[in-house]
Design a protein around this ligand. Structure first.
Ligand code: CMC
Length: 439
């Protein structure tokens, strides 16, 4: 697909008749993204006093904040690529640590590279004992996501050298530490919330097997993860690993653009992820399915959605307007997991909700389809993971994407501290009124 020539667009300002020419920057192909520099608009002014035209784009619906070679999403066609590989193929054929390597390094690892990467991650899973004490300070009923956000930020104080974000070797070390320690912090947060002793990592287990060990081991000498559940969790981690410039990744890049260290930047990204419209949605889906309760209640709730009283959690996406390819993979895995653990009445509610919604004009016209979060909560529940841990699991996986994007940003010669503009709508300059003269 060749790049069109000429590669310019001419903008005509009807207010003044002024024209300005802008050069289009393309992605790999025009359909991978094409943009003009917003700064070109600044030359369009009604008079010399005018600041110049800005683009106005609340929610960044049509603004490219960076060039990136990591992940591509084609929302109209339902395509998700990591470094050129489809998410379906990665979910089917790779492990989470392989995908993490791919996102961070740009290529799938050789057998030796994977063994080395796995070894490095595995040997950084233990956290400093003082960090454990820090976690002990949370209230017994603290939400694990709040604990995760704060504890990851606290890691920054343990590794002051991480502030040298321009040093490639130090960056690699912090990345390894974060990928390795997120599951440990997540599991410790859960154990704290149920008043159970922390379980130390078992380096003989896989990434997800070890996570299950730290979550669920009781008095047994060695924890043996159920291979179906271990694999399902690994696939879920792959599906959540990256999703280009979503809300939390944009936060990671924004915070990182001030050259803050990666621990506080990951904490900020995790905070963004915790919201119910983002990574908190999977928790909300399960609560919603529990509220609906049974399949015969589904039509009533669909009517409430259409009346604007209710939002169907796990439905809709800013980018996907056809289907979310991650949701298709998850649905298959849900069936495999529930075949192993026994079915859930909530699965019937979810399937019925999906069936009715996909036939209904309200959803069809608005292109609302199940997203990645619609079925993931059911898998987590079947694995025995509590609802409050759902967004924490998302954060473990997405840490890899955040770090890949952060690393790419720091190597970008166009890097600038993030600082959007505004269109000011407040008072013009006015005279100060002393307190006795007010009101
Ligand atoms: N249920 C019912 N109606 C919806 C939904 C929904 N889940 N999502 C969008 N709509 C309607 C919305 O009311 C609006 O209708 P109208 O044009 O009549 O006002 C129209 O669809 C467009 O909605 P929008 O809010 O302008 O769309 P958006 O692109 O700003 O929002 C979204 C995207 C994901 C925030 C939204 O679809 C949503 O709130 N979904 C539920 C939460 C959810 O599942 N989030 C997880 C997203 S995927 C994983 C992740 O990113 O973390």
């Amino acid at each position: 697909m060749p790049t069109p020539a000429p590669d310019t667009v001419t903008l005509l300002d009807d207010r003044t008749g002024q024209r300005t020419e802008s050069t289009v920057t393309y992605g790999t192909y025009p359909r991978y993204g094409a943009a003009i520099p917003a700064i070109d608009l600044r030359t369009l002014k009604v008079d010399d006093d005018d600041f110049g035209l800005l683009t106005y784009d609340p929610g960044f619906m049509n603004t490219a904040s960076c060039r990136s070679a990591i992940t591509f999403v084609d929302g109209d066609r339902g395509i998700l690529l990591h470094r050129g590989y489809t998410i379906e193929e990665l979910a089917e054929r790779s492990t989470f640590l392989e995908v993490a390597y791919l996102l961070l390094e740009g290529e799938l690892p050789t057998a030796d590279q994977l063994a080395d990467w796995t070894h490095r991650v595995t040997h950084h899973t233990i956290v400093h004992e003082s960090l454990k004490k820090f976690m002990d300070g949370f209230r017994y009923d603290a939400h694990p996501m709040g604990m995760l956000v704060s504890t990851v930020a606290a890691l920054s104080t343990f590794y002051p050298e991480a502030r040298d974000v321009r040093d490639g070797a130090s960056r690699a070390k912090q990345i390894q530490r974060l990928v390795a320690k997120m599951p440990t912090i997540a599991a410790f947060a859960y154990r704290h919330s149920i008043g159970m002793p922390y379980v130390y990592p078992d380096n003989d287990l896989s990434y997800t097997g070890n996570f299950l060990n730290m979550m669920f081991r009781m008095t047994e000498r060695t924890y043996l993860p159920n291979p179906v559940l271990e694999h399902a969790l690994d696939v879920l981690f792959i599906l959540h690993a990256d999703h280009e410039q979503n809300c939390s990744t944009s936060v990671m890049r924004s915070v990182g653009s001030s050259l803050a260290d990666p621990y506080v930047a990951v904490a900020a990204a995790s905070a963004a992820l915790s919201g119910p419209l983002h990574g908190g949605a999977n928790e909300q889906v399960l609560r919603m399915l529990e509220t609906i309760g049974s399949t015969d209640q589904v039509p009533k709730y669909i009517e409430r959605v259409k009346a604007g009283e209710f939002r169907l959690m796990g439905f809709g996406h800013r980018v996907y307007k056809n289907h979310d390819p991650r949701a298709t993979v998850i649905k298959k895995i849900t069936e495999q997991v529930l075949a192993q653990t026994g079915s859930s009445p909530l699965l019937d509610v979810a399937v019925e909700l999906e069936r009715i919604a996909l036939e209904d004009d309200y959803f069809v016209e608005r292109k609302l389809y199940p997203n990645v979060d619609f079925y993931s909560g059911l898998i987590y529940q079947a694995i025995g993971l509590p609802t409050t841990m759902f967004s924490v699991l998302f954060a473990i996986a997405r840490t890899v994407g955040w770090l890949a994007q952060w690393q790419e940003m720091l190597g970008d010669p166009e890097l600038k501290i993030v600082r959007p503009r505004q269109v000011y709508t407040g008072e013009d300059t006015r005279t100060y009124v002393p307190i006795e003269g007010r009101g």
